[in-house]
Design a protein. Structure first.
Length: 244
């Protein structure tokens, strides 16, 4: 997975990239991220990257010229790129989109907006798509870009210590994750469920599936409607409802 990040605050991106799983993924050459300061592509002595909006209104808008110049500079190496603008108006970021990014053969370019947003011509003529981290507004696109890179990079085979970790996390099943326990077996009177120390892998799988269904029904019932329930799932859901 290869990425370019265009931002006004490179240190925000670099600080996160230099820690934990993303750092190891880069060391293994599974992930490559190049970070560019948009201001380096601005003209004039003051390197201005924003201006007042036409028509009036609060705040400032990021100018198109630095962003177009930045992308044109990147394209000089001849590599194909998928240009993504992080924006509250974009397509909601999901696990399936993370899987798509993790398998992308082209370089991914993430444009991090700031202020009141970017000039519309960036959206209509430069970016291939807009992606939103959620139904809320952030100060800038940096956190959204890091969210996308993090969620996607961990799906690259070899990025995690055990690839099964990514397969069994929340949303990989289409459900929220099941509860996790570790040592000690009993802590302040709270015990680990017996099934988890039974060694019976079939029963453990059924318990985990049932608990994932239970949590999803309680917190995100909308997800249940999106997945294809198996006969086992339907039986487990019936048991859960019977308990209440």
């Amino acid at each position: 997975m290869k990425c370019d990040v265009l931002t006004l605050f490179p240190d925000i991106i670099n600080a996160y990239l230099n820690e934990s799983i993303l750092k190891r993924a880069q060391e293994k050459n599974l992930l490559e991220v190049r970070v560019y300061n948009i201001r380096d592509f601005a003209s004039g002595r003051h390197k201005i990257v924003d201006d007042y909006p036409f028509g009036g209104g609060p705040g400032m808008v990021m100018k198109p010229e630095p962003l177009f110049k930045a992308v044109e500079h990147l394209r000089q190496d001849g590599q194909q790129r998928r240009i993504i603008l992080l924006s509250p108006q974009g397509t909601p970021f999901t696990q399936s989109l993370a899987e798509s990014f993790s398998r992308e053969q082209h370089r991914l370019v993430f444009i991090c907006g700031r202020y009141e947003g970017v000039d519309e011509r960036v959206k209509s003529s430069l970016a291939d798509e807009e992606v939103s981290a959620g139904d809320y507004v952030l100060t800038g696109g940096e956190l959204a870009a890091l969210t996308v890179i993090d969620a996607s990079a961990r799906l690259i085979p070899g990025a995690l210590g055990d690839d099964r970790s990514a397969e069994e996390e929340s949303f990989s099943w289409g459900l929220l994750d099941y509860p996790h326990y570790t040592r000690p077996r009993e802590f302040r009177g709270m015990k680990v469920p017996e099934v988890l120390v039974s060694g019976n892998h079939k029963e453990i799988w059924l318990w985990r599936r049932k608990e994932a269904l239970r949590k999803t029904l309680k917190i995100r019932p909308d997800l249940i409607e999106r997945i294809g329930l198996t006969d086992v799932d339907k039986k487990l859901i019936s048991e859960i409802k019977g308990e209440h």
